[in-house]
Design a binder for this molecule. Sequence first.
Ligand code: F6R
Length: 602
Amino acid sequence: MCGIVGFIGHGNVQDVLMNGLEKLEYRGYDSAGIYLAEGGQTGHLFKEVGRIANLKETVDFDLPAVVGIGHTRWATHGMATKANAHPHQSMNQRYSLVHNGVIENYQALKTEYLKNIQLNSETDTEIVVALIEWFANNESLSTKDAFKRTLEVIEGSYALGLIDKENPEVLYAAKNKSPLLIGLGQDFNVIVSDAMATIDVTNEYLEIKDKELITLTKDAVTIEKFTGEVVQRESYIAELDASDLEKGTYPFYMLKEIDEQPTVLRRLIQSYQDEQGQAVFEADLLKAVSAADRIYIIACGTSYNAGWIGRSLLEKIAHIPTEVHLASEFAYELPLLSQQPLFIFLTQSGETADSRQALVKVNELGLPSLTITNVKGSTLSREASYTLLLHAGPEIAVASTKAYTAQITVMALLADAIRASKGIEASFNMERELSLVASVMESILAEKAAIQTWVEDSLMETRNAFYIGRTLDYYVSMEAALKLKEISYIQTESFAAGELKHGTIALIEEGTPVIALITEEIVGAHTRGNVEEVRARGANAIVISMQEVARVDDQFVIPTVTTALAPLVMVVVTQLLAYYTALGRGLDVDKPRNLAKSVTVE
Ligand code: F6R
């Protein structure tokens, strides 16, 4: 979703902004722009619709800029046009602003203050920059006070970077709900919505809290509360490896990330187990989870799908009743909560606005929470009672793959640790089985060519497809369908196999692909019955099964792993299937249309 980079000080401002915006490309955007100010009150605005490459062609890299702000926009208010792209400027072009988030009361503010101001875009952001100029002019305020005054009246989510071209020695910033960091350098400072975008210029960062006002010069950063009280804060070193951001020899990040899964899984076993194979989780965390009479897993999209597997693991292994909720629904209709609930927030990015909104609610109720995330220091991690990291390395492709399997693995390890702490007998050795899972993943990854051929024969021309399965296979089919639809644009739905005949079977036509997942002996026979039902109606039924329950004519058979962990291997086949379908259709696998990596609006 939208990204921000700002730079003040010595260095080529254009290079830092453009490199930063390129690093943020993966998050999804549809237009981009930068604003540069020179020492002598001269400013330059560059904006383009489409790829950063378009913008790069128009930017003058030789301008002697001393400060600049850049932005990638994912349209919310107004279409993806040049006029709506950021930075936005005040009427007299004194102020230029970039904004991530949504200003909820922008219409009311427009009516109250800006009736006579000419606006050039349909965005909520332009209202903010127009207000800053309005307060500066009408209430004779300094830029800082006009900015503060504006922050006091706007409502909603925001990360903001502001330049006053009359004083280009200062860069202003503020945030509320949306992520923004300060990067510290020698003779320069930066603002950035994701440290990854500026990791090649600095690894030292300062956190900004909601409703603080930041002023940056090339050699100083001041953080103030709105009351004027100055805040001292320690910086931290971001543990990001710039080389993790490279694709290497891979054509797309998604394939690289699919391939990384066995390594991530082994890394997680090492991170959460000691040399004796005993789980190592913070004692307080284990105590809090063990004490829960019910766990509520809250998440969106792929993380939500992983939540269903987590539910099964927590119930079967740790014996704790568990529910799974969509974050975007949860905050607005709380279920009747148990006496001692614990909330698990599953979120790769740790920044998803819907999940954060639910966490705010949980915190208001004073209830314990655990965020399982890939991003250390992310908003949901900071605001939850406990955090567990996914250790998956940056996930760049919009379609999540390694974060899904990492989330399941962390929940499996956690469930096993709770089991042990409660003295419940183990039905399998978690470490050994997870190691086997990593090896089976590798054997599936070695079959890419077969999967690609199979995709070319079965999926390339279709407009719709179905995944079916029962219990765990059904939960995996939810993720399999999401993956296929989001990157190949084939309308794909997942169904609990038993439900097909209750309505959906009406959609089956001659040749419709129906992919059945079969890992569980106990339900496998029933799912096979459902496969026959769709075949009898002309479907092109395809079976992906586990060796133990396989039949000779199944299209893809994977080595057997323990049933509870089967989703970890089953899903890999479906990730590859989605990848090769999108590839075969000539689509941009890493940046599917309309999607953003980190969804920071509700
Ligand atoms: C799909 C995908 C999304 C995310 C969802 C939640 O491939 O990536 O569905 O899973 O937007 O994001 P996080 O996990 O960052 O909260």
